[in-house]
Write a protein that binds this ligand. Sequence first.
Ligand code: C2E
Ligand code: MG
Ligand code: MG
Ligand code: MG
Length: 262
Amino acid sequence: GAKAAGRSTFRLYDPAMDAAVAERHGLELDLRLGLERGEFALHYQPIVTAAERRVVCREALVRWHHPTRGLVPPASFIPLAEETGLIDRLGAWILRRACRDAAAWPDGTRVAVNVSAAQVRHGPLIAAVQGALRESGLRPDRLEIEITESLPIEGEAADLLMALRRLGVRIALDDFGTGYSSLSYLRRFPFDTIKIDRSFIADIADPGTAAIVRAVVGIGAQLGATITAEGIETEDQLAAAQREGCTEVQGYLFGKPVPLEA
Ligand code: C2E
Ligand code: MG
Ligand code: MG
Ligand code: MG
């Protein structure tokens, strides 16, 4: 960089940096356009009971059908949407679509919607949720909002989540166990669902990992929360998750995320 090059040489132009900035800028413009052009879609992945494999919920996972880049996964654009503030508009669209879709499901199952920390921090999230519920007529307890430990639960964020819960909406803690303060997180908020991160499930054949899952299930039961195991890919993993007491399970074994038509 310019600093390492010493005081006498000022680098005013760095082609590599330039390309990265241009790429980012292009993607940001595309994101704005994509919202206007309706290039986003929701795929749904089933969440089933561990005992009978009965579908009880479907998680909405956003996809971007980019005109030239093809199908773009959320990890490639959600962070940028968060940084640019576009997540509020995208998030409101996701909530509206998910509630509208779920309202038409004849089996009365829940829909889970992921919400970014940025949306809870600065977004008009309550209004978006209320609007989506009102427009769709979906019963509030059929909507589950998933947040992760990247959101510090204190002050306004805690108030906001509580307000959502008072609406009757369920609150889930996603990717549990991957943050730095998982246990104290559980003390801060009465989560309806705790989703054990798939890294634990991938390693559940290990007795130590299985013991941790068992302990989380015990804590969840004491707190009155549903425990979902994420990322179940094999019958062995399902058997282990069941053995350790997980109530709901999700993963490729039961179905990948697919468009609603499928
Ligand atoms: P997540 O909420 O933890 O969602 C689960 C991710 O794991 C999904 O990836 C899903 O396709 C994948 N998955 C499910 N079952 C399995 C399995 O058995 N094995 C493996 N290897 N993977 C499995 P996806 O759709 O790429 O989403 C990645 C992340 O992007 C999500 O993680 C979530 O944090 C975020 N995301 C997705 N949709 C939205 C959205 O609508 N809004 C926001 N704010 N974030 C979203
Ligand atoms: Mg999730
Ligand atoms: Mg997850
Ligand atoms: Mg995850």
